[in-house]
Design a protein around this ligand. Structure first.
Ligand code: FAD
Length: 400
């Protein structure tokens, strides 16, 4: 069963508490979020009061240990929240959980001081945060980051441009990846990068225009410009020159959240399609009576449950710790679930006929949202690379 070691690696442990929590999120979604989805789509923004309500329900503290003001770091709870929200509005899960790309590296690599300073206000939903790695010239190729930080006045001066930064428009804190030294060799391009924490009120940091993208309306990313942005040594997150590792660990944890978004989309479009097929009449019969439609629905359900099991399994392995097993599982889950969500969204459009492509039908938006899920936190091609690299390392003991 390579690359796994034992049957026990395939456990998915869900509990009554998880189900109770799911019901709480469902209630929140039905009561507060669902009635606002159209408004979010049309205005391309998420009303502030929804963030406040999410914080009051403790959702901003998911995945964060209680000692730093969070609800505990059970990744299955993060997955359940993300899935339930994304069933109705994937953009809201992006907007509320983007801060995970800040809290994860701080929790794993930060000093105690950094954790105490930054995590509790984020867990309480009083502050927001963003993760700034991508640049116009470096996305998948994180080691190609051109932003530079050089020594000055006992600290660092950062200069560069970051692109596609989710939540930058309202973020109070950023993690920023910058090159602090040249790589020692062509084969070690990833060395010499350092992650920094930069606060919004730093005069050297400016949030530029929002970038209009095809989906996830309400959670548009922005450009972030660093112009002679001075930070002290206290802003260094993790080891100097080891920022690549900080970024990769962040994505190893984050991917399971994107897989969960895709599971939510699969659930949402499946339910919509089933209901529509049962009530839409053509040729004097509900279209659900046609075998073609029945087969579409059966295939959607197959993909939904397979994606859900992969995602819960990856979350369970992450709960046990970050290793080759959980990293491979999280990448498999993201790869499968996002591609399955794309297929299911297309099918949903077909089942809905003209209403499938009508903007007011509120179905086609899921297809637009899935295009982003397939890209951020590593494209499908990058997930395949992650899987094969970790597989070869674990099973054969060398690097490819
Ligand atoms: C809506 C949105 C929000 C985002 N939010 C954030 C954020 O908050 N913070 C942040 O830092 N970034 C963010 N990103 C950036 C995102 O992570 C990158 O867009 C993504 O990693 C891909 O990088 P790229 O766009 O530069 O594409 P490229 O890396 O240029 O890739 C282009 C194509 O080449 C393929 N490719 C690249 N390298 C390889 C390879 N080695 N093998 C095979 N194929 C390859 C890719 O799969 C892709 O198909 C966001 C992006 C979007 C669209």
């Amino acid at each position: 069963m390579i690359p796994y070691d034992a049957i026990t690696d395939f456990q998915v442990l869900t509990s009554e508490d998880h189900e109770l929590f799911r019901k709480v999120v469902r209630q929140f979604v039905e009561r507060y979020l669902e009635p606002r989805v159209k408004e979010i789509e049309e205005t391309n923004s998420i009303p502030r009061d929804l963030f406040k309500l999410a914080a009051e329900n403790g959702f901003m503290g998911l995945g964060i240990p209680e000692e730093y003001g969070g609800q505990g770091s059970d990744y299955l709870n993060v997955v359940i929240y993300t899935e339930e929200v994304s069933r109705v509005c994937p953009a809201f899960s992006t907007a509320t959980l983007a801060r995970g790309l800040f809290t994860t590296p701080v929790l794993f690599f930060g000093t105690e001081q950094q954790k105490r300073n930054y995590i509790p206000p984020l867990a309480r939903g009083q502050k927001f945060a963003a993760h700034a790695t991508t640049e116009p010239g470096a996305g998948s190729d994180v080691a190609g980051v051109k932003t530079r930080a050089v020594r000055k006045d006992g600290g660092w001066v950062i200069n560069g441009q970051k692109y596609f930064i989710t939540g930058a428009d309202k973020a109070d804190y950023f993690v920023v990846l910058a090159r602090t030294s040249d790589p020692p060799s062509r084969h070690e391009r990833w060395r010499g990068l350092t992650m920094f924490i930069v606060e919004r009120d730093n005069p050297g940091l400016r949030v530029g225009e929002r970038i209009q993208v095809t989906g996830l309306k309400g959670s548009m990313p922005s450009e972030v410009i660093l112009n002679d942005c001075w930070v002290s040594d206290d802003a260094v997150l993790g080891e100097l020159g080891e920022g690549f590792k900080v970024a990769m660990t962040t994505y190893d944890y984050g991917r399971v959240g994107i897989a969960a978004q895709a599971v939510g989309v699969l659930q949402g479009v499946f339910e919509k399609s089933l209901n529509y097929a049962a009530q839409r009449v053509a040729f004097e019969r509900p279209i659900l009576a046609f075998q073609a439609i029945q087969f579409y629905l059966a295939e959607m359900l197959r993909d939904l449950e397979a994606a859900r099991l992969l995602t819960y399994w990856a979350a369970h392995l992450l709960n046990k710790g970050l290793d080759e097993r959980s990293i491979i599982a999280a990448s498999l889950a993201k790869l499968f679930a996002t591609e399955a969500a794309e297929r299911a969204s297309l099918r949903a459009i077909e089942i809905h006929g003209g209403m499938g492509v009508a903007i007011d039908g509120m179905v086609e938006r899921f297809l637009r949202d899935t295009q982003i899920m397939k890209i951020y936190e590593g494209t499908s091609e990058i997930q395949r690379l992650v899987v094969i690299r970790h597989l070869v390392r674990k099973v054969l003991g060398f690097e490819v």
